[in-house]
Design a protein around this ligand. Structure first.
Ligand SMILES: NC(=O)C1=CN([C@@H]2O[C@H](COP(=O)(O)OP(=O)(O)OC[C@H]3O[C@@H](n4cnc5c(N)ncnc54)[C@H](OP(=O)(O)O)[C@@H]3O)[C@@H](O)[C@H]2O)[C@@H](O)CC1
Ligand SMILES: [K+]
Length: 510
């Protein structure tokens, strides 16, 4: 499923109207009919107040009012704006609403506004035409709607959410349900906008399939291919050989979590290269891993003396993960910077690996093998130092970048972007990133391509937090690892359902 920004959505609408000859009036009617089916299903007995703005979003609301009224529903319309500025389609619906005699208040003042808690509010104030901070007049109404106690159903996007950035422009409706038209917008899917949708529905409003299928947009939901089945005749070396370079004083846990996550994601063989004084502690955490003891700096971090040994070891593995727990010790940072360009297999950089990389994009951009970086917000900021506004990390560093956070994004340097739909706030726990890094390294080794491996790892990592009972009350990085087997099994056995329901995150309406 493609995700569009408002400009793309307008171009798609225009293409539908001009190339495929589906008139705008029909699109608006279809939008209203699809919203009607949600109301009939979800709010069959509610009376309805439609709050309409003066753009086509308001036009959708007016069309819906007309259809609801024809079904003898108790409806009322609040209309804001100047009818002289309406589009042709909105004007037609406005005239019909007036002629039919549907109760309507035009630009009501504060005293005339009445929101009853048991009456459904349809939010048709602002759609993808939002182009500035919400005006004072609209702000006051949005506040009243949000505090009314009434259920709110938004048309296309909650009024106030920017369709591109997903940020509220000053304020936004907090909807219980939202139906998006044609395709989901970035504002419906990214953080924080997705939270304002409530439950999300989508209608194609009769867009012809080739229009959607062949649309050249580069952003889509992260729903990768099915898991590659394990070879029943395979052995440990055929299920992914992962080298983890990590650990430093006070940070033994980080590489241990990554190693456990690697094994639980299906890796056949994991080597952990850690400072020698931490080897025994590491073994206690992950007895399955083969340990390579490394010479240390005086601060018990990994010394530069290990360069040749590590490069040789890397060449004997399918993927290298470098960074967890390595600290910012000067000599260790210098080692990381020497190793990055030379590691002769795909490389995953996380944590201190990213801090060492920040500001030196040439270290990764010239690598012969692919690099994946998994920065959280703070690390993203550090990596951006020296970049211009319009440069992305994936482009400048020549990597696949996983922008971690609510609704993580996986971005390739060619502009392709996958928005992850799984996960919740439970994942904000120490060690969560180390676990993800171990999963990414493994699935890169075991799946059909680096990008597919990354996408599957991010999806599964999020799924653990949704499937682990009580995760939002109590969850640790080790619980992510514990939940992995059942999530892998679900991915394997229920793949088609997960794909068809967009992992339960969006429901298609005719
Ligand atoms: N095209 C199609 O075929 C289809 C389109 N469809 C529907 O159309 C919607 C897009 O319609 P749209 O482009 O008319 O914009 P819309 O979101 O209604 O708002 C524009 C109005 O808001 C105003 N305004 C803007 N910012 C503001 C602010 N901060 N505070 C206050 N006011 C502000 C702005 O005013 P102005 O800039 O003129 O002052 C303008 O009057 C789309 O979301 C979908 O629902 C469906 O029917 C399917 C077919
Ligand atoms: K809206």
């Amino acid at each position: 499923m493609k995700v569009l920004n408002p400009d793309e959505m307008r171009r798609m609408d225009e293409t539908c109207i001009h190339k495929y000859k589906v008139p705008a009036q029909i699109l608006m009617e279809n939008a209203a009919l699809s919203a009607l089916s949600v109301i009939q299903e979800e709010y069959p007995h509610h009376s309805v107040l439609l709050v309409c703005g003066s753009g086509n979003n308001g036009g959708d609301g007016l069309a819906l009012a007309r259809i609801l009224f024809s079904l003898e529903k108790d409806v009322e319309v609040l209309l804001l704006g100047n009818p002289d500025h309406f589009s042709k389609e909105t004007s037609q619906n406005y005239r019909a609403v007036r002629e039919i005699g549907i109760p309507l208040s035009l630009n009501p003042n504060d005293e005339e506004l009445s929101f009853k808690p048991n009456r459904l509010i349809v939010d048709a104030l602002l759609g993808i035409g939002l182009n500035r901070t919400v005006s004072e007049k609209y702000k006051a109404i949005i506040e009243r709607m949000n505090h009314s106690g009434a259920p709110i159903f938004s048309l296309d996007i909650p009024s106030g959410i920017d369709g591109t950035t997903a940020q509220p422009r000053g304020i936004s409706i907090r909807a219980d349900k939202t139906i998006c038209f044609g395709a989901p917008k970035r504002g419906n899917i990214l953080s924080p906008g997705y939270v304002y949708n409530g439950e999300l529905f989508c209608s194609r409003i009769s867009f012809p399939p080739p229009l959607i299928r062949d649309w050249p947009g580069k952003t889509e939901f992260n729903i990768p291919s099915p898991l590659i089945q394990r070879d029943p005749l395979g052995y440990k070396n055929s299920f992914g050989r992962i080298l983890i370079i990590g650990g430093g004083k006070n940070y033994q846990g980080a590489p241990a979590l990554a190693a456990q996550a690697a094994y639980r994601s299906g890796a056949g063989y994991v080597t952990a290269a850690v400072p020698q004084s931490q080897a025994s502690g590491f073994s206690a955490h992950c007895p399955e891993a083969v340990i390579q003891e490394l010479q240390e700096t005086t601060e018990k971090t990994i010394s530069e003396k290990n360069e040749t040994l590590l490069l040789d070891l890397a060449s004997k593995h399918d993927v290298v993960l470098m960074g967890p727990g390595m600290t910012g010790q000067e000599e260790t940072v210098s080692l990381i910077r020497k190793l990055i360009p030379l590691i002769p297999v795909p490389l995953v950089l996380d944590a201190d690996g990213l801090n060492a990389l920040a500001g030196s994009p040439d270290l990764t951009s010239k690598r012969k093998f692919q690099t994946v970086i998994t920065p959280h917000l703070g690390e993203q900021k550090r990596l951006r130092l020296g970049l211009t506004e319009d440069q992305s990390l994936e482009e400048r560093y020549g990597v696949i970048c996983v922008y971690k956070g609510p609704r993580s994004r996986i971005c390739q340097s060619d502009g392709k972007e996958y928005i992850n739909l799984t996960g919740n706030d439970a994942l904000g726990t120490a060690g969560s990133g180390d676990v993800l890094a171990g999963m990414v390294a493994t699935l890169i080794a075991t799946q059909e391509s680096v990008i597919q491996g990354v996408c599957k790892a991010v999806l599964l990592h999020g799924l653990t937090a949704e499937r682990y009972p009580g995760a939002r009350e109590s969850f640790t990085a080790s619980d992510i690892i514990e939940a992995l087997p059942r999530c892998l099994l679900e991915y394997k056995n229920n793949y088609n359902e997960m794909k068809q329901t967009f992992l339960g995150k969006m429901k298609m309406i005719p």
